[in-house]
Design a protein around this ligand. Structure first.
Ligand code: ADP
Ligand code: MG
Length: 343
């Protein structure tokens, strides 16, 4: 009988790990393949960085509430974020779209207006792509090329015991924005006459629909002469990304619940939904903030920054990964993340 393993059983990361076993390397110029935020290619005096991300209709966005221009913008941002997570800078993108005849030329132009806007703001050149038909939903795949000086590159794996774990911006906002949009969608389905209630949620809606990538932080740290020792971007949720960093670095970690940065609006809306704000910040995805480690000796340089916050530190691998709750109890850190195969 033919073997059949359900995708759900492995999960996204289990599947990637399994697939990567059969992948061989034929060129010395491939410095880092699968396993970091971007692949690293030796180009002589510099490293080239390559990463790709796909947005799929009804999995990653819903056209009932995602304006097309924002969608194009976000499709670029999620890619750029992976280059910044390598401490690099972005240079070019290629854009592939699969569309059905449901879409008009004007609709696709809207998506491109958003793509062009992101390109302008982040100074990246759109240099190609592919256009094809989709029988089901809209699919946008973008591949980004970046570069970094060889001595500036930061991998997920570079952390050391005792180094500080730092997170930029605030977390959970994009997830709460999504909850609001989903609620309004359901209410609209029941009664299309109802006007959406979107007061006091501007910030979290923007976090969900039109996120930014932390180019500013990469430059800010360079100006302070602080080089992160390990780094990842937060696309799936803080807990999941922390576990990736720890696995890559063969380390454990301790983080403190009370130190996780949460915006007031995110906090209020989480409460309104009867959700624990910390859980939303730990497991909600799509914030596109950066999570990195720094040497203890660099603490003074960043301690007063409004852009970032120390949330804990690396520990020995044997100590595992844990979070200290507000009542001082220690809980094992687990990733709920997003398993795309069980949606
Ligand atoms: P990120 O969240 O930073 O975009 P992912 O979790 O999507 O990263 O991917 C983790 C690593 O696995 C990356 O190095 C990525 O290039 C690689 N990867 C993901 N999907 C595949 C695939 N289908 N084939 C080969 N490599 C993959
Ligand atoms: Mg990433």
């Amino acid at each position: 009988m033919e073997n059949r393993t359900e995708l759900e059983k492995l999960g996204e990361f289990g599947l990637i790990e399994k697939l990567s076993i059969g992948v061989k390397k034929y060129h010395d110029s491939t410095v880092k393949g699968i396993g970091d935020d971007a692949a690293v290619i030796d180009c002589g005096d510099k490293y080239m960085l390559i990463s790709t991300d796909t947005l799929v209709e009804n999995i990653h966005f819903n056209l009932m509430y995602s304006p097309l221009m924002h969608l194009g913008y976000k499709a670029v941002i999620v890619n750029l974020s992976d280059i910044y997570a390598m401490n690099g800078d972005v240079r070019q993108i290629v854009v592939s779209i699969a569309v059905s005849n449901r879409f008009s030329v004007e609709a696709i132009e809207e998506i491109y207006a958003g793509i062009n806007k992101a390109c302008e703001l982040y100074q990246v050149d759109l240099v190609g792509g592919d256009t094809t038909t989709s029988l089901s939903g809209l699919v946008i795949t973008i591949t980004v090329v970046g570069e970094v000086a060889k001595d500036e590159i930061v991998y997920r794996s570079g952390g050391k015991d005792n180094e500080l774990l730092v997170v930029t911006g605030n977390l959970g906002g994009a997830f709460m924005g999504l909850q609001v949009l989903e609620r309004e969608k359901e209410m609209y389905k029941e009664n299309p006459e109802l006007q959406p209630v979107l007061e006091g949620v501007d910030y979290i809606l923007e976090r969900q629909l039109k996120p930014e990538a932390r180019k500013d932080v990469v430059h800010y740290l360079k100006n302070l002469s602080v080089k992160p020792t390990s780094m990842i971007d937060i696309s799936d949720g803080l807990a999941s990304e922390l576990l990736h960093l720890c696995k890559a670095g063969d380390l454990g970690c301790v983080i403190y619940d009370e130190k996780i940065p949460i915006d007031q609006e995110t906090f209020n809306v989480a409460r309104e939904f009867n959700l624990d704000p910390s859980t939303c910040a730990l497991n909600g995805g799509e914030d596109y903030e950066l999570l990195f480690s720094i040497k203890q000796t660099d603490y003074d340089k960043i301690k007063d920054s409004i852009h970032m916050k120390v949330i804990g530190h690396y520990v020995d691998k044997a100590a595992g990964c844990s979070i200290i709750a507000r009542d001082n109890s220690s809980l094992p850190l687990t990733a709920q993340g997003w398993n795309h195969f069980s949606e």
